[in-house]
Ligand binder design. Structure first.
Ligand code: SF4
Length: 79
């Protein structure tokens, strides 16, 4: 996801008239692109599904390492 504000459920209020991002004026708003793409998909309403907000406490950490550590811990717990 390339949204500078890391929005997960639609565009912020700052999308420019030309559909570009308010933070990165030369970049198309990712949510404008996502919506346009979703309209080309037949009977797919995935874009309407509400996503959890980004957990900023995990910033600069590795999801791969976290998942690996959790799996290793669960393996250790098995009899
Ligand atoms: S304009 Fe679009 S890409 Fe830019 S910050 Fe807002 S939602 Fe994100």
């Amino acid at each position: 996801m390339n949204c500078p504000k890391q929005l997960r459920n639609g565009p912020c209020g700052g999308v420019r008239e030309n559909g570009n991002c308010e933070v990165e004026p030369d970049m198309p708003c990712v949510w404008v692109q996502a919506w346009e793409g979703s309209q080309r998909m037949r009977a797919d309403t995935s874009i309407l599904k509400v996503q959890k907000p980004v957990d900023q406490s995990l910033r600069d950490t590795s999801a791969w390492l976290r998942v690996t550590a959790e799996r290793a811990a669960s393996q250790d717990e098995k009899p």
